[in-house]
Design a protein around this ligand. Structure first.
Ligand code: FAD
Ligand code: FES
Length: 286
């Protein structure tokens, strides 16, 4: 517990709300507007997390935002987060350089139910930046490959230039442990791969849908079509999970900003089973 957290706790406050100081120890530009930060805790305490959980990143004087953890759950001594610059706080996060300090709260939320995939074919269906919150699933699955019947990563990006983690995708595709399919919505001359939306890849999966468990993350329209495609292919909705995003402020179920129907996504999610959101995911701007 740092000094501020200890002082707050003494006054009966919640030390969980005080950001812990981290230092930027590495940055990597992934795309024109996307940067991955590697952060080390200044108090030396590793931030252990479950794939699918998020943190609140805090820059004093600018603001605080929820960002999923995209690193390796087996290497919690380094906190890895991939951020798209879309506004004030994310832009400032993307501009951080090694040596800079940042506040971190969390990890928060319910992660992917990895145990639901044991003994089954695990399908990771990701769109765009949705590969960031799902990358820890793939890392975990590769380390626990013998516990799964199969591992299938279906990834879609808008254009070839927008493919996230291309080197890692190539590495996974080259390893026999995983079946990796990548598609883009719009191709260029340099692209010789698949073209089309990622949900179109579902019927090509080479096993009985009853044997699969799917974890889906991306823009809501992509998740909606992916759930429909999985169900149309024959998978039971109870075997499908999605990660839902809404504006978040407290991250711990206090403020109500992240409400989606009966769910507070920071506390009950962000990962929910498809039947929990099937009536909600199709409602525009809910
Ligand atoms: C659980 C969770 C995990 C997330 N993980 C990541 C991640 O790994 N990487 C990443 O880049 N972003 C992630 N986001 C989205 C990120 O939190 C927002 O992009 C960020 O809060 C924008 O803040 P800002 O101050 O930079 O921009 P703002 O000025 O607040 O917003 C800029 C634009 O982004 C929109 N926006 C704000 N929040 C969201 C949101 N949650 N979803 C969609 N649009 C939003 C706003 O409506 C506005 O149009 C996550 C969000 C949640 C809830
Ligand atoms: S962000 Fe405050 S209740 Fe979820």
């Amino acid at each position: 517990m740092n000094d501020a957290a200890a002082a707050l706790a003494e006054q009966g406050g919640d030390p969980g709300l005080v950001p812990r100081p981290f230092e930027v120890v590495g940055t990597r530009r992934e795309l024109d507007d996307v940067v991955t930060l590697e952060l080390a805790p200044l108090d030396g305490q590793a931030l252990t997390f479950l794939p699918g959980q998020f943190t609140m990143l805090y820059l004093p004087g600018i603001g605080e935002i929820p960002i999923s953890i995209s690193g390796d759950p087996a290497r919690p001594e380094r906190l890895v987060q991939t951020i798209r610059s879309v506004g004030a706080v994310s832009e400032a996060c993307c501009a951080l350089q090694p040596g800079a300090r940042i506040g971190v709260r969390g990890p928060y939320g319910r992660g992917w139910p990895l145990e639901a995939a044991l003994g089954r074919h695990l399908i990771v269906l990701a769109g765009g930046l949705g590969l960031a919150p799902t990358r820890p699933i793939v890392t975990w699955a590769l380390e626990n490959r013998s516990k799964l019947a199969g591992l299938h990563l279906l990834y879609g990006a808008r254009t070839p230039d927008a493919v996230l983690y291309p080197t890692q995708l190539l590495g996974w595709a080259g390893a026999e442990a995983a079946n990796v399919m990548v598609t883009v919505d719009r191709h260029s001359d340099q692209w010789s791969g698949r073209v089309g939306v990622v949900s179109d890849l579902v019927p090509e999966l080479p096993f009985d849908p009853a044997l699969g468990t799917a974890m889906v993350c991306g823009p809501e329209v992509m998740m909606r079509f992916s759930l429909q495609a999985l169900e149309g292919w024959g998978m039971a909705p109870a075997q499908m999970y999605v990660s839902m995003e809404r504006n978040m402020k407290c991250g711990i179920g206090w403020c109500g900003h992240c409400q989606l129907g009966p769910h507070l996504l920071c506390r009950d999610g962000p990962v929910l089973a498809a039947p929990q959101v099937s009536d909600l995911i199709g409602v525009w701007e809910l």
